[in-house]
Design a protein around this ligand. Structure first.
Ligand code: SF4
Ligand code: SF4
Length: 375
């Protein structure tokens, strides 16, 4: 068996759903697109900063000959429902169900490298999940795992776009795979259904407009995004849910990727009561926890307003009364404006008396009082 077949067999044994190979040649053909993206201000800021390193694998590993691209399929449906309770629930996007995929993928890549080392020793490797210099989807597309859809995601034939990607740059020479044909055709569903018009149409996006970025962005969000999040408190799945390639796809290969319905559809009001410690204990293993408790609690406040959950009013008043966090304070002011149409005098007094030095929170407070007085 040649080395490529042995690695493919290893990947199967490791429960890796897809593997492909491409030469470690540069991705110079992506330069114009990356520069354009940056110049237009369409980057989220989470991208690797050095464009040259994003384009040339040899700047990461000088001896690089091949890039091995790997995909792990993740579930589209929860196995079970959360309990029915008095509380309205929010949700985490699918890519944040289960244990943070960065850890799962990193373990797979390490195991794959270990397995290859047992076949051939003395090679060089660098393995990356998401935060490496190379662009995962571009590598995966050239390695033949799938095509890049108009939603900017890798679309595979077998698992749709519900895949996590990782790659290994190695000094091992392996025959490259061929890219697969572009498959979007005339379909525009992801573009049409994107609530913020983040998708440009050619596989690129204005990442700053994407709800996936906005739900991770710190501070008080622009009003447009607060509303469009609906009740999702982390990420966004819409451009995947509407994709015909994802129809009927629901992969359950990795028990550690299964979401606990109670956690990934959290009760929103109790979520606002979590201390930092409780948050870390309960949610720390999810990819969606990486920005910390405050960002998700802010989103939970927006979600309660979007769900028109009037039972949240006492909790929001409590936040106005006691929080030291100006983002939560500003968000609570906004949510109260959505939920309370006829405030009583106690509410007005509370808001009027709640002083803050934070300009944005102050503005939200003024907006709220203006709204209440003008009704
Ligand atoms: Fe639009 Fe949501 Fe897709 Fe982002 S994740 S591009 S906001 S549909
Ligand atoms: Fe392509 Fe349509 Fe899927 Fe968008 S929804 S990625 S256009 S197939």
């Amino acid at each position: 068996m040649d080395i490529k077949s042995q690695i493919i067999k290893l990947a199967e044994e490791l429960n890796i759903q897809k593997i492909g190979f491409t030469k470690a040649d540069d991705f110079e053909y992506m330069r114009k697109s990356l520069v354009d993206q940056k110049e237009k201000g369409h980057n989220s800021g989470f991208e690797h900063k050095n464009i040259d390193e994003r384009l040339d694998p040899k700047l990461t590993l000088p001896s690089a000959k091949t890039i091995i691209s790997v995909a792990l399929a993740y579930p589209n449906k929860l196995q079970g429902r959360p309990d029915k309770t008095e509380f309205r629930r929010g949700s985490f996007a699918r890519a944040s169900w289960g244990i943070d995929y960065h850890h799962i993928m990193q373990k797979k890549l390490d195991a794959l490298i270990e397995g290859i080392n047992e076949i051939i020793n003395g090679l060089d490797y660098e393995a990356f999940v998401d935060t490496g210099p190379l662009i995962d989807v571009v590598v995966a597309a050239r390695a033949g795992l799938g095509f890049i859809g108009k939603n900017g995601l890798l679309v595979t034939k077998e698992f749709g776009s519900y895949v996590y990607l990782g790659e290994i740059i190695t000094s091992l020479e392996i025959e490259a795979d061929k890219p697969v044909e572009y498959g979007c055709g005339d379909c525009n569903r992801c573009i049409d259904f994107c609530p913020t018009d983040a998708l440009i149409g050619d596989g690129k996006m204005n990442a700053k407009k994407c709800l996936s970025f906005q739900t991770q962005n710190k501070g008080i969000l622009q009003e447009e995004y607060r509303q469009k999040m609906k009740t999702i408190i982390y990420g966004c799945d819409i451009c995947q849910m509407v994709c015909p390639y994802n129809k009927g796809i629901d992969s359950h290969f990795h028990p550690e990727m299964e979401g606990d319905p109670e956690l990934v559809q959290p009760e929103l009001i109790p979520f606002l009561d979590l201390t930092n410690r409780q948050f870390k204990e309960k949610y720390g293993h999810l990819a969606g926890s990486w920005r910390g408790r405050n960002v998700l609690q802010r989103n939970a406040i927006y979600a309660l307003a979007n769900a028109n959950d009037k039972s949240a009013i006492p909790k929001l008043l409590e936040i106005v009364d006691s929080t030291q966090n100006q983002v939560l304070l500003g968000s609570a002011f906004w949510a109260l404006g959505r939920l309370v149409k006829e405030p009583n005098q106690d509410m007005i007094n509370l808001v009027e008396d709640r002083d803050t030095d934070d300009e944005q929170a102050k503005q939200e407070r003024e907006n709220l009082l203006y709204l209440w007085y003008s009704r």
